[in-house]
Design a protein around this ligand. Structure first.
Ligand code: C2E
Ligand code: MG
Ligand code: MG
Length: 460
């Protein structure tokens, strides 16, 4: 670490401390907490009330939020002792009671393995293992966690590292260009939400017999989420999303079963079950006068199946649907060794007239390569970029260039993860074709979506 950098950081810290009304000499060590400024991180269980002089902003927080903060288990990673102590002090001032600390990525991974952590606040410039490598280790674990990233570098770096963390499935609450202030910290903590049920279900380790029984008993059903024309608001189709109606655990999302079925090499059985039900639903919608398409997700294991195109063709014909009414969504990066077979299948499906969609575009690393090889008809922009496009410049740039690519390739662009009216308005301005997201509707049954669409259309 250069002396200049550490000086600059200390100056920034002092400014932050002063902005937050904190007198640095009172800050470190935090009185009443077991904070350690050593390589050996310890749990800081601070019972002390927020310092009266410290976080002015803390006074604005509702008691409910303050209680939430008290329940959150934090891990602060910062190599500069002073900066780390300042962060801990700010957190304590915001009501945090469980704060672990680490001076570098190795110490942090040690804590991560031993304790449950909800929110990690990490500097990107760490000694020995940098912030990016640390994020990769955490991301590969696949456990639910939220992160706040800090750095003295410019905002575009924070944005791209933030996008990388999101690609690993880490929920990035936001990024803070140093100096960290209590106001910035508080604003990001307000965004924290405990993991949704799908994360809980993802950690459910269900026995193999459950899967066998579920497949035999046809316990998997598709729910449908509408795809809406951005310009007119008209419903144009729906995506089938698999759910497991488990006799004991209730409704479980894909995180509870997709990768397990892939590992057991039984994913095809799920694919066909969902595909048949989705095709039948689309046939019924169309029979009722709704000119909708249905989209179905396919795993890589399914795409490389010999005979895939024929089987799909047969099912569609059997239910009385046209291939052009069906869109097949492909997410996985196709491994080089499987590319030939995948290409053969996808090309055959395209020739038969099925739509082909590249899902979660922008999240993977080989998107451009895939686009040039596979005859896609639709590009679904990953929800990360759509959700953050308004407040995050880099996400907005990725969204705009994805739309540009879709236009140049002459294929439809679909924005995923639209949650607010403002995001819909932005998509109108950017002339995106279709949109999908909780703002319009959450996934629902084949019958419920018809009722929802009638009301949605009438209300408009
Ligand atoms: P996906 O295909 O990208 O589906 C979109 C996911 O985003 C769905 O999650 C959907 O519920 C969620 N979503 C939609 N709008 C919003 C929004 O506004 N905000 C937020 N936060 N989320 C939104 P879900 O149903 O949990 O599915 C997760 C993934 O599981 C899917 O991602 C897809 O890759 C996979 N999957 C689902 N069904 C199947 C299936 O039948 N077969 C295979 N192979 N994979 C499936
Ligand atoms: Mg999809
Ligand atoms: Mg997607």
């Amino acid at each position: 670490m250069s002396g200049a950098r550490s000086e600059r950081q200390n100056a920034n810290s002092l400014a932050a401390a002063s902005a937050a009304g904190i007198k640095p000499k009172l800050v470190y060590p935090v009185p009443g907490s077991a904070v350690a400024a050593s390589d050996q991180p310890t749990e800081a269980v601070s019972q002390r009330p927020a310092p009266a002089s410290a976080p002015g902003a803390a006074a604005n927080r509702s008691d409910a939020i303050r209680m939430n903060t008290a329940d959150i288990r934090f891990l602060v990673i910062e190599d500069q002792d002073f900066q780390r102590a300042l962060l801990v002090h700010m957190l304590a001032g915001l009501g945090a009671k469980h704060i672990s600390e680490a001076v570098d990525g190795y110490a942090a991974l040690d804590i991560w393995k031993k304790r449950q952590i909800d929110v990690i606040i990490t500097d990107l410039d760490l000694p020995r293992m940098d912030g990016m490598e640390f994020i990769r280790h955490i991301g590969e674990e696949g456990l639910p966690v939220a992160m706040i990233l800090t750095t003295v570098h410019d905002r575009s770096l924070l944005a791209s590292v933030g996008a990388m963390a999101e690609a690993y499935g880490i929920s990035v609450l936001g990024t803070i260009a140093k100096p960290v202030t209590i106001q910035k910290l508080e604003a990001l903590l307000d965004l924290y939400q405990p993991p949704a049920s799908k994360d809980v279900s993802s950690s459910l380790l269900l026995p193999a017999e459950d899967f066998a029984e579920a497949l035999a008993g046809r316990q998997f059903e598709p729910l449908f989420q509408p795809k809406v024309d951005v310009a007119t608001g008209m419903v144009k189709g729906a995506e089938a999303l698999a759910r497991w109606f488990h006799p004991q655990h209730g409704m479980l999302g894909p995180h509870a079963f997709i990768s397990a079925l892939e590992t057991d090499q039984r994913i095809d059985e799920l694919t066909w079950m969902i595909f048949e039900k989705a095709a039948a639903a689309c046939r019924d919608w169309r029979a009722a006068g709704l000119d909708w398409t249905v989209s179905v997700n396919l795993s890589l294991a399914t795409i490389i199946n010999v005979g895939l195109a024929d089987r799909i063709g047969d099912i569609v014909q059997a239910v009385g649907l046209q291939p052009r009414n069906v869109i097949l969504e492909v997410t996985e990066t196709v491994a080089v060794s499987d590319m030939v077979r995948a290409l053969e299948n996808l090309a055959r499906l395209r020739i038969k007239g099925f739509g082909l969609s590249i899902d979660d575009y922008g999240k993977g690393y080989s998107s451009m390569q895939q686009l040039s090889r596979i005859p896609f008809t639709e590009l679904k922009i990953d929800q990360t970029f759509v959700m953050k496009a308004i407040e995050n410049e880099s996400c907005r740039v990725i969204l705009e260039s994805s739309l540009d690519i879709a236009r140049k390739l002459g294929i439809k662009a679909v924005a995923e993860g639209v949650e607010t009216h403002a995001q819909w308005e932005l998509l109108k301005t950017l002339r995106c074709d279709l949109a999908q997201g909780f703002y319009f509707a959450k996934p629902m049954s084949a019958e419920a979506i018809v009722e929802w669409a009638a009301k949605w259309t009438a209300d408009r």
